[in-house]
Design a protein around this ligand. Structure first.
Ligand code: ADE
Ligand code: ZN
Length: 326
């Protein structure tokens, strides 16, 4: 198929990928053994069989359990290096990865351990694979803002290597406004800002993220479509939405891939990109996500080209480096 080939061949940027969500079951077992962690699964097949989710929280419960095998700097390096191999395979030449420090510091793993493990792999990825990258520190929104503020303080020595902050985890009941102060502080420190919004939460959360948190991108944003005035505002400000098709399907944000709104989003003039979110949990990396759309909603050549161009335009690469890819 020529569209599959086009997707495979095009250099792409990925803007929405949680590094802890790239932990494949095989590595989960390997690290569990290395670190003497007991897993509640008999084998790799049992892990995969458990990956059947009714909603975001169903997934998050397994996601936080899975990350308990990540303990040493080497573990974080290996995890990130494995993801970069997938990038090379998919011809992802630039990636802006999320990490969830609170998921690790809360169980006694130091911020520096997490950070340096990921960072050393990203450096190696640039040197050996030519893949450029950035790190985005995400706050867990089910925790309180004080915890996020403490995390931003802990990150202080590393901020020159962190491009921005994000907001993830359980959305409903944890609106962006809960994190106003920590996002203001992040902005004062020169950090970019992104937030998951409108994945399960209402359009109002997207509005809060844009107007209150002053984000540079919205992660997901699917439910914006319920509010035409909001869509119009997002189009007008050229706000990127980092959409994750296979995640949407697996977390029941869409009932069927054939009903995925990506084409409608494009037609409305929204600046959408395609991303894998948590590839080890949702059945695929970036190319798989594009291919799933091609098959289910008959995405065409021009649409594929637009989505890929959007991924570089919406990236946090400096203007001159972005231009090279456009
Ligand atoms: N953490 C990891 N993946 C997530 C998602 N899709 N939504 C919210 N929090 C997440
Ligand atoms: Zn996400």
């Amino acid at each position: 198929d020529t569209r599959r080939q086009l997707i495979a061949d095009l250099p792409k940027a990925e803007l929405h990928m949680h590094i802890e969500g790239s932990l494949e079951p095989e590595m989960m077992f390997e690290l569990a053994q290395r670190n003497g962690v007991d897993l509640p699964y008999a084998d790799v097949e049992a892990v995969r069989a458990a990956y059947s989710f009714d909603c975001l929280q169903d997934f998050l419960d397994l996601y936080y359990r899975g990350m308990s095998v990540l303990q040493t700097e080497q573990d974080f390096h290996d995890l990130t290096w494995a993801y970069l191999q997938r990038c090379r395979h998919d011809n992802v030449v630039h990636t802006e990865i999320f990490f969830d420090p609170q998921g690790h510091t809360s169980r006694g793993v130091a911020f520096a351990t997490v950070f340096e493990g990921i960072w050393s792999a990203l450096l190696r990825g640039e040197a050996e694979l030519g893949i450029t990258s950035r790190m985005i520190l995400c706050f867990l929104r089910h925790l309180d803002e004080e915890d996020a503020l403490r995390t931003l303080d802990e990150a202080e020595p590393f901020l020159d290597r962190i491009i921005g902050v994000g907001l993830d985890s359980s959305e409903v009941g944890h609106p962006p406004s809960k994190f106003q102060r920590v996002f203001d502080q992040a902005g004062d420190r020169g950090l970019k800002r992104v937030a998951h919004a409108g994945e399960e939460g209402p359009p109002e959360y997207v509005r809060e993220a844009v107007e209150g948190l002053r984000v540079d991108r919205i992660d997901h944003g699917n439910r914006s479509l319920e509010d035409p005035a909001l869509v119009e505002a997002l189009v007008k400000m050229n706000m990127p939405l980092t959409v994750c098709p296979q995640s949407n399907l697996r977390l029941a944000v869409v009932k069927d891939m054939a009903e995925h709104p990506i084409r409608r989003m494009l037609e409305l003039g929204l600046h959408v990109t395609v991303n894998s979110d948590d590839p080890a949990y949702f059945g695929g990396y970036v190319n798989d996500n594009f291919n799933a759309l091609v098959e289910a909603v008959d995405l065409g050549r021009e649409e594929i080209l637009t989505l890929v161009r959007n991924s570089f335009e919406a990236s946090f690469l400096p203007e001159v480096e972005r231009a090279v890819h456009l």
